[in-house]
Design a protein around this ligand. Sequence first.
Ligand code: BES
Ligand code: MN
Ligand code: ZN
Length: 506
Amino acid sequence: MNITVTQGDLIEQSAAALIVNHFEGLQSPGGATRSLDAKLNGAIRALIASGDFKGKLGETAVLYPHGETLSTRVILVGLGRSDEFSLDKARQAAGAAASRAVALGCRSMATVVHGAGRGGLDAQAAARVVAEGTELGAYQFNEYKSKGDSKILATVSLVELDESKIEAMQTGAREGEAVGECANFARDLVNQPPNICTPSYMAAKAEQIAAAFGLTCKVLDTPAMRELGMGALLGVAQGSSESPKFIILEYWPGATAMSDLAPIVLVGKGVTFDTGGYSLKTAADMPEMKSDMGGAAAVMGAVRAAAMLNIPRPVVGLVPTAENMVSGGSYRPSDVLTALNGKTIEITNTDAEGRLLLADALAYAKRYNPEAVIDMATLTGAAMIALGRGGAAAVFSDNERLVQRILAAGEVSGERVWPLPLYPDYRDWMNSDVADLKNSAGDRFAGTGVSAAFLKEFAEGYPWAHIDIAPMAFAIKGQMVKPYGPTGATGFGVRLTAALLRAWES
Ligand code: BES
Ligand code: MN
Ligand code: ZN
């Protein structure tokens, strides 16, 4: 999608659709909506007066001018109540308008920057969220539909009358477009079926983005991992005929003094399919497990975004990726594995596999002397029980400053996170008779806290936070989904970490 900022009058634009907005509860439209309404001889006013359009957040209505504009359609989008308006509401409205435009087959649209006028938002931030919401809302995944859907929203123009806001809006639009594109990149990875998106496919994609965005990429294969001592990851992988990969994706900012800064390391769980292994999942629970590499996809998207945004600090993405399958070679309950840091793990549940991949990756992260390490993982069903699908991701950390940074990034990005406790007791629930610890406590209680306490054993020597994105990675119809496009992969974590990286030095 090509997003540009145009100085001028929205009414004068020629596009397949003009996008204007309306606050819920207002009788008469304002701003660009008002001037367009005048041009359309009161058609928008009549629509509002009829009660058919209320202006609820994300509500859309389509009008068809009879030659009063150069554009074929007008899409009116609701912003919700003006006293509840925020950056994220502007983002959601933009998303809803874009998905309506795509559904109508529009190839181009011209839109107002929601909130930059009466909404009172900062011009750069408003353009950022409108560009981002547009990218997200226009997203589709049609690769495997043989009746090829060629509906593509190719060009979007953000139209602003006020000359003095243009430059800030251009900067904001570029940032929003980059982050939206990186979130969609992550969505594509997650939406790919698991017979295509294997660990090797993940590695190939990492190499592709490295070449395209000036990153360095290194991929460790089984012998290299064995050499290092990544016994936990290799234990999970051994049941699959797909070979595991350990992907190292590095972004080093341009040759400035700033590049001496310690890197921020992002770690993402990359289980390309999780059957549960011998602790097998049910038929109902299994299909969604193609999204069990959502953390990995978010990390790859975030490093891509760091490069596109020219973040001044180095960012490293570590992606342990494997498939959790059942076969004669699979790991078993009661096996003992040795992780990279030398700790031994008694397997009590082969479905608690994600923490094993992360154990080796978190131990590996130490060699960077990192500023901070943040892992993202679709780690537990218990996180979804606690917070609800689409509710929030759970964040765990002993580092209060890091938690505050992550919560602030959640606010800015509109990707919700909520802290849960990391009580030392949880660690004791994993005491083992044969090894240093077990990989699960054996009951359902505080399942997400227990998994975080497990990870903590391997995240030694740096500030660390764990984000369980299981509630947020995959959207299902009717379950707390924001209007950012179709069901399926959300790309959750890309926007969150991009906001975190942008704010880091300030
Ligand atoms: N990938 C799952 C967690 C998950 C479940 C993510 C549902 C998204 C939706 C993870 O590997 C898993 O199976 N966790 C177990 C842990 C248990 C065995 C300790 C779980 O949550 O039941
Ligand atoms: Mn599992
Ligand atoms: Zn899993």
